[in-house]
Design a protein around this ligand. Structure first.
Ligand code: NAD
Ligand SMILES: O=C(O)C(=O)C[C@@H](O)[C@H](O)[C@H](O)COP(=O)(O)O
Ligand code: ZN
Length: 368
């Protein structure tokens, strides 16, 4: 018999009238009580994909059935390669086809790809309908479901078309992580580890000590990791919702990482894999600029390796890396700006000479 549903943590995110809770626990998805605070509406639309839908859509549909007259399920193709306009249009087709009004609640059931696309669809449909994040990957529970960055990719750059649009509620059901493939779990660990170097060295110590429990998906360890990551992200986003400054620290590893994703064509490397490798590159750059020492870079690199992540970048060649990174959203007047580790637990954003960046690419990537 399944254990009774339990809420283990609630993390608030303070954004004035756009504040919302992040609820973390077990057995939440199929429990009607979980959804009591979702906005009321005639129609609910669950947006999911071909992998997550068969696993969890019926359970969610049943739990929210009493809140809406109709609950529709929209099933998208799975994968980063589908995070584009054509897939987004499938959501709009369904919303219009079902005659959804502007109070319709969209439930994003899946990983970060579904969450980013369903959130962007919610931001656009009738100029904005409420949405709820129901993240089912480690990466989505610790990062993408929180903070309101939504959007899609463009062949020339990652997440280039999108909107800041906050969900009304985030529900992290830890039980869903039990069905996640090992490679996807490792990818999520990259964004977990990210919070250590940028904000909390005690959390980095904790991850080192608890890597085995996390890897075997022990519920108590997962609950702590998801809670601590959400606390850090909620604190940062609460201070700088639209990334005018501080929020950029959450982009640690992403300048190099997004170049890897776009350069290989979305999907060959997972987002978390590219970000993990990007963090190694950003740490090498931080070291070359005199901020951190080699021993510390090695310590974090070893942790990424223990999490099962690649730490040597693909052979795109320095010119291509630089070309792709100039498209990054943090770039200003053509200058690439990197999130660097100023000291363990603190990050800054600044440019770096091209020749140093080329040396980092030579040190950290396969030869082209
Ligand atoms: N908005 C943000 O702040 C933010 C933050 C980080 C990442 N992202 C974005 O998130 C995306 C990556 O998210 P992701 O790593 O969750 O990838 P994903 O959404 O592609 O999910 C990974 C894979 O796991 C499957 N899956 C999901 N839940 C499952 C479960 N419980 N059991 C079995 N399989 C399951 C999915 O179908 C998919 O095949 C990228 O597009 C990235 O840009 C956004
Ligand atoms: O929430 C943020 O801010 C982040 O940067 C979190 C990242 O992990 C995430 O991948 C985000 O989507 C990247 O944002 P982008 O603005 O560089 O596209
Ligand atoms: Zn990310």
């Amino acid at each position: 018999m399944a254990a009774a549903p339990s809420v283990l943590h609630q993390v608030p995110i303070a954004l004035g009238d756009r504040s919302y809770p992040i609820v973390i626990g077990c057995g939440l998805l199929g429990d009607a009580a979980t959804w009591a605070d979702a906005p009321p509406a005639t129609q609910g639309v669950v947006v999911t994909n071909t992998t997550v839908g068969p696993l969890y859509a019926r359970r969610l549909q049943g739990a929210i059935a009493s809140r809406h007259r109709d609950v529709h399920v929209v099933v998208l193709p799975d994968g980063e390669a589908h995070k584009h306009w054509e897939t987004l249009n499938l959501v709009f087709d369904a919303l219009l086809g079902h005659g959804c009004d502007r109070k319709t609640v969209i439930y994003a059931l899946g990983g970060g790809v579904v969450g980013d696309m369903a959130g962007f669809a919610a931001a656009c449909y009738m100029r904005g309908v409420p949405f709820v994040q129901v993240p089912t990957t480690l990466l989505a529970q610790v990062d993408s479901s929180v903070g309101g960055k939504t959007g899609i990719n463009h062949p020339l750059g990652k997440n280039m078309i999108g909107a800041f649009y906050q969900p009304r509620l985030v529900v992290c059901d830890l039980d869903t992580l039990q069905t996640l493939p090992a490679r996807e779990f490792s990818a999520g660990m990259a964004e977990v580890i990210k919070y250590g170097p940028i904000a909390d060295t005690a959390f980095l110590d904790w991850i080192e000590e608890n890597m085995a429990s996390l890897t075997r998906r022990d519920t108590a360890a997962l609950a702590h990791a998801v809670k601590r990551c959400c606390e850090i992200k909620a604190d940062v986003v609460g201070q700088d919702e639209r990334e005018s400054g501080l929020r950029a620290i959450l982009n640690f590893g992403h300048t190099f990482g997004h170049a890897i994703e776009a350069g290989l064509g979305y999907g060959e490397w997972l987002h978390g894999e590219a970000v993990g490798c990007g963090m190694v590159m950003a740490m090498h750059l931080s070291q070359r600029l005199g901020y951190v020492d080699g021993a510390w870079v090695q310590r974090v690199t070893a942790l990424l390796q223990r999490a099962g992540l690649p730490t040597v970048g693909p052979a795109l060649g320095p010119d291509r890396y630089l070309e792709l990174m100039r498209v990054d959203k943090k770039a200003e007047a053509g200058e690439i700006r990197f999130v660097l580790i100023e000291r363990p637990g603190a990050a800054i954003v600044r440019g770096a000479p091209d020749d140093l960046v080329r040396q980092v690419i030579a040190d950290c990537c396969r030869p082209s």
